[in-house]
Design a protein around this ligand. Structure first.
Ligand SMILES: CC(C)(COP(=O)(O)OP(=O)(O)OC[C@H]1O[C@@H](n2cnc3c(N)ncnc32)[C@H](O)[C@@H]1OP(=O)(O)O)[C@@H](O)C(=O)NCCC(=O)NCCS
Length: 163
């Protein structure tokens, strides 16, 4: 059997800079270092799922999602929210995005959650179509001015997948 060149591994403090670089190269929204370091902050009180995607030895993609706390303060979380899913352009269509999304789906199920949410800018046709092929559906109306500092459209759709 031929070994797939696509592999995932955890985000550690010594490679989180690579993750930040990939996210800020691919996405029109820029995330500060503080956002990435929060993952290692025990006091942040969030459950973060993050992986880097490798093609061979090279990190070329990454995903980060978190458990959404229930609004009414109950113990039951409301689902999992994908904050970042990004693959460098030159390495797309090789199955990395699918592998990263599969990881989030596995984490969602193993944390007894049934909903995965993601925001996608209204002008990001490629991602909107990709998520819909992965059984995400647009929820509700466009959120105007969702993205504050972006080089793309500030308006976003919420997409939801039930697992
Ligand atoms: C959306 C995104 C993450 C998809 O990443 P990707 O690595 O290209 O995704 P995949 O390779 O798994 O899937 C793309 C297509 O490649 C093809 N593909 C999948 N696995 C493949 C493989 N092993 N070999 C060859 N082609 C493959 C398929 O046609 C697939 O389409 P489908 O599975 O939807 O039918 C990527 O386009 C991206 O980073 N976009 C910019 C960032 C962004 O907009 N993120 C969303 C907001 S968070």
């Amino acid at each position: 059997m031929v070994k797939s060149p696509v592999n995932l591994d955890a985000v550690y403090s010594n490679n989180v800079g690579t993750f930040q670089k990939i996210a800020n190269t691919v996405l029109p929204v820029k995330y500060p270092s503080k956002f990435f370091e929060e993952q290692f902050d025990d006091k942040a009180n969030t459950t973060v799922f993050a992986q880097l995607g490798y093609f061979g030895e090279v990190a070329v993609g990454g995903v980060r999602a978190e458990l959404i706390a229930s609004k009414n303060g109950g113990v039951q979380s409301a689902g999992v929210y994908i904050q970042i899913l990004a693959v460098l352009e030159a390495y797309r269509s090789k199955g990395l995005g699918t592998a990263l999304l599969n990881y989030i789906e596995e984490q969602t199920k193993s944390h007894y959650q049934h909903k995965i949410f993601v925001h996608v800018a209204v002008d990001n046709q490629e991602a909107l179509e990709w998520y819909q092929r992965k059984d995400f559906r647009i929820e509700g109306d466009v959120l105007p001015n969702y993205y504050k500092e972006t080089s793309g459209s500030p308006d976003a759709y919420v997409l939801l997948k039930k697992v």
